[in-house]
Ligand binder design. Structure first.
Ligand code: BMA
Length: 337
C-alpha cells in the first residue's frame, strides 16, 4: 500500500487504546482538541481543515462569531493538536488587491495543488454556494471565480490534476437544511471554467447515509485509488445524524466508485459529538497522512461546537472498506445520462 501524500515532519498520533468494535478507527483520548470560546469574539470552532506547512501545520477554521455569523480564521500549530488562531478573520482580496469578503463563510477545506494552496468554502451567492480563494504564503488570499451555480455545498478539490484538469467534488443542494444530496465531480483546466460534470455517489442505501451525503476531506491518493472520507446523513424523528463514511474512487476517473463501505466508519457516540449546538454531528474536513507508514489523522467537526481528531491506518481502513463494500446502481458512473 502506497500513499502519495507529501512528507511531514511531525504526525499528530495516538495508538488505539483497547479493542475496536467497528471500523479500525479510533478517537483521540484528549478530544475535543478545540473547545468552546476559543477566541473572545468566537463562540465555537468546528468543521475546519488543516495541512502540513513549513515545520508544522496551518489550518482554516470555521469560527462562529458571537453574532452567529461564521467566518474563516487562520490557525497555526507545531503538533497539529494545539492551535493558535489569528484574531482577525481571513481577509480575502480580489485580483487587484481590494478587499473582497464573502457575507459569511463556512465549512472550509484546504488543499495544495502544485505550489498553491486553495481554500474552498460555502458562502452566499444568492443562497448557499461555493467560494474559492488561493494563497501561496498564507498572507494574501485572492478570491477566485465562484466555481458553481447555487445551490451547492461541500466542495472538495483533489490534491492534483487528473488528466490535465483540476477535479472537484461537490454536493448540489437547496439553500436550507437540504433533505437530499449526492456527490458529483466536475473538472476544470483553469479553475474558472468547470464542466464534464459526473455523478459519483448517491445517498446510500445504508440507513446511516440514507438522506444525503457530502464530500469530506480531500481525497488521499493511494496506489489502489482515491481514499475518500465523506459524511453521510440519516434523518431521524429527532433530526439529522452525521456520520463518517469511506469509499475508494478510481485513480484516473474518480467518478467511478471502486469500493464503498456499507458501514459507517465513525458515528456520534462521544459526548462532544452527541451534545452541542447541533447534536449528533461528525463532519470530516481534512486528514494528515504519513506517507511512510500509512498513519492517518482525521480532523472532524463535532456537534457544530468542537474540532476532534480520529486516527486510522491506510491499509487497515482500506481493507475494512473493501471487506464491507456494497455497490449499487446509484454508484454507477452515469453522469452522461
Ligand atoms: C450542514 C452544514 C454543516 C453542519 C451540518 C450540521 O448543512 O451546515 O456546517 O455541520 O449541517 O448542522
Amino acid at each position: 500500500m502506497k500513499l502519495y501524500t507529501s512528507e511531514i515532519k511531525a504526525m499528530p498520533w495516538q495508538e488505539p487504546a483497547g479493542k475496536s468494535t467497528g471500523a479500525p478507527i479510533w478517537r483521540y483520548t484528549e478530544n475535543p482538541i478545540i473547545g468552546r470560546n476559543p477566541m473572545n469574539h468566537v463562540a465555537r470552532i468546528f468543521n475546519s481543515a488543516v495541512i502540513p506547512y513549513e515545520d508544522g501545520f496551518i489550518g482554516v477554521f470555521r469560527g462562529e462569531q458571537n453574532n452567529g455569523i461564521p467566518y474563516i480564521y487562520l490557525g497555526e500549530s507545531k503538533d497539529g493538536i494545539k492551535w493558535e488562531f489569528e484574531q482577525e478573520k481571513i481577509r480575502f482580496v480580489d485580483e487587484e488587491g481590494n478587499e473582497f469578503m464573502p457575507r459569511y463563510a463556512y465549512d472550509p477545506r484546504l488543499v495544495k495543488v502544485e505550489d498553491t494552496y486553495y481554500i474552498i468554502w460555502c458562502q452566499d451567492f444568492y443562497g448557499a454556494a461555493i467560494g474559492m480563494a488561493k494563497t501561496q504564503d498564507f498572507k494574501t488570499f485572492v478570491r477566485l471565480e465562484n466555481p458553481f451555480l447555487p445551490f451547492n455545498r461541500n466542495a472538495v478539490l483533489f490534491p492534483r490534476k487528473i488528466n490535465g484538469n483540476f477535479m472537484m467534488l461537490s454536493r448540489p443542494s437547496d439553500s436550507g437544511h437540504t433533505p437530499f444530496g449526492d456527490i458529483f465531480l466536475s473538472e476544470s483546466p483553469d479553475l474558472v471554467y468547470w464542466g464534464k460534470h459526473r455523478h459519483v455517489m448517491g445517498k446510500g442505501s445504508a440507513w446511516w447515509e440514507s438522506l444525503k451525503i457530502g464530500g469530506g476531506a480531500a481525497p488521499i491518493e493511494t496506489d489502489e485509488g482515491w481514499l475518500l472520507f465523506y459524511h453521510g446523513v440519516s434523518g431521524t424523528c429527532n433530526g439529522y445524524v452525521y456520520s463518517i463514511g469511506g469509499a475508494i474512487l478510481d485513480l484516473d476517473n474518480p467518478s467511478i466508485v471502486k469500493y464503498r463501505c456499507e458501514n459507517f466508519l465513525l458515528t456520534p457516540e462521544a459526548w462532544y459529538e452527541e451534545r452541542g449546538f447541533v447534536p449528533n454531528v461528525c463532519f470530516p474536513c481534512a486528514t494528515i497522512c504519513d506517507p511512510n507508514d500509512g498513519r492517518i489523522a482525521i480532523y472532524y467537526g463535532a456537534a457544530d461546537s468542537y474540532v476532534a481528531l480520529a486516527f486510522t491506518r491506510a491499509e487497515e481502513i482500506m481493507d475494512y472498506i473493501k471487506e464491507h463494500s456494497v455497490l449499487s446502481d446509484i454508484d454507477e458512473e452515469r453522469g452522461k445520462r
